[in-house]
Design a protein around this ligand. Structure first.
Ligand SMILES: Nc1ncnc2c1ncn2[C@@H]1O[C@H](COP(=O)(O)OP(=O)(O)O)[C@@H](O)[C@H]1O
Ligand SMILES: [Mg+2]
Length: 304
């Protein structure tokens, strides 16, 4: 089956700053792929190039198996974009915003009206039909923004940090909406810097650093990149003694959340860990499974 999106060897420089350097990523049809990476690593630049808002210095993009340049203006009917900056008109009502974008796509009046009704239904916007968009909460504005990006029924939807700066419950609502879009056959490439979001929503995750993808895979595949089974966090005033003991035990120092974090190559339980530390004064010991967050930070550290 042809890929929804095939990005190959993308590079982009702003002045002397090489933002993208041989960036490649495939997105299969019907999946949600999350592009994850620290602020400023080039996520939006990738999306803007894919949506042809920005030219690349080099690289090749295929959309549904065809070089994207060959679509011309028709690319607009295949790709939808929900950019990081809202495109909405705050003085207008939700339906008026939808109508504005439907006109941009050149929809005939009757089709336009039907599509607007459908989007107002699908995105649950009717309760706010009479509220000017500028007065809607961030979560509702983002819902409308998502609806706007679906006006043209795109096959491939690009979402740039769709849930940044909205509260936790609105975020979960948006996740449901995004999942529904996938279920109805839309392929989605999104960026986020929230690991929980990537873990919840995405079939595959690509981790980006220094302008390229440094790792990609499903959550279990990324977890498997961490060469360990469990992480031990210790608090102690006898730091050098803990370090020495850990070394003797073959525990690897780990760049984790705690002050003294170690990666264990085997599953272990708290009792065994505590007894391994016998003779050293510790104030706290905990043991946990490797999480996506651990894997993410480990991957970034490896590639520094
Ligand atoms: N139009 C531009 N001109 C100059 N520098 C830019 C421009 N757009 C983005 N950058 C720089 O490129 C880098 C990547 O930006 P961006 O793609 O927005 O990162 P992200 O979305 O991952 O936070 C940043 O250092 C940013 O300052
Ligand atoms: Mg960005």
């Amino acid at each position: 089956m042809t890929l929804a999106l095939e990005i190959n060897g993308l590079s982009k420089r702003f002045g002397s700053h090489q933002v993208l350097d041989d960036f490649s990523l495939d997105v299969e049809r019907g999946e949600i792929v999350g592009l994850l990476g620290p602020n400023g690593c080039g996520k939006s630049t990738v999306l803007n190039i894919v949506c042809q808002l920005l030219p690349a210095d080099a690289g090749r993009i295929q959309l549904l198996g065809t070089p994207i340049g060959q679509f011309g203006a028709k690319a607009r009917s295949i790709l939808g974009l929900c950019s990081q900056n809202s495109a909405l008109y705050g003085d207008l009502l939700p339906e008026e915003n939808l109508d504005f974008f439907a006109r941009l796509y050149g929809m005939a009046p009757a089709i336009r009206r039907a599509r607007i009704n459908e989007l107002m239904d699908d995105f649950g916007l009717w309760p706010h039909a009479l509220t000017r968009v500028g007065r809607l909460s961030g979560g509702w504005q983002q819902r409308l923004h998502l609806a706007v990006s679906m006006v043209n029924r795109p096959d491939v939807l690009i979402l740039d940090e769709p849930t940044a700066a909205i509260d936790a419950s609105a975020r979960v609502d948006l996740w449901h909406l995004i999942e529904r879009l996938r279920e109805s056959g839309t392929t989605i490439l999104l960026t986020t810097h929230q690991l929980s979001e990537a873990q919840h929503l995405c079939n595959r995750i690509a981790v980006m650093q220094n302008g390229r993808v440094i790792a990609q895979g499903t959550v279990p595949e990324l977890l498997a990149r961490v060469k360990g089974q469990a992480i031990v966090n210790i608090e102690s005033h006898e730091r050098p003694a803990v370090m020495q003991r850990a070394m003797n035990l073959g525990w690897l120092a780990f760049n984790g959340s705690g002050e003294l974090s170690f990666l264990l190559s085997q599953q272990s339980d708290l009792r065994a860990v505590v007894s391994a530390l016998e003779g050293i004064e510790v104030t706290s010991v905990s043991i946990k499974d490797v999480t996506l967050e651990d894997a993410y930070f480990e991957l970034l550290r490896e590639h520094l």
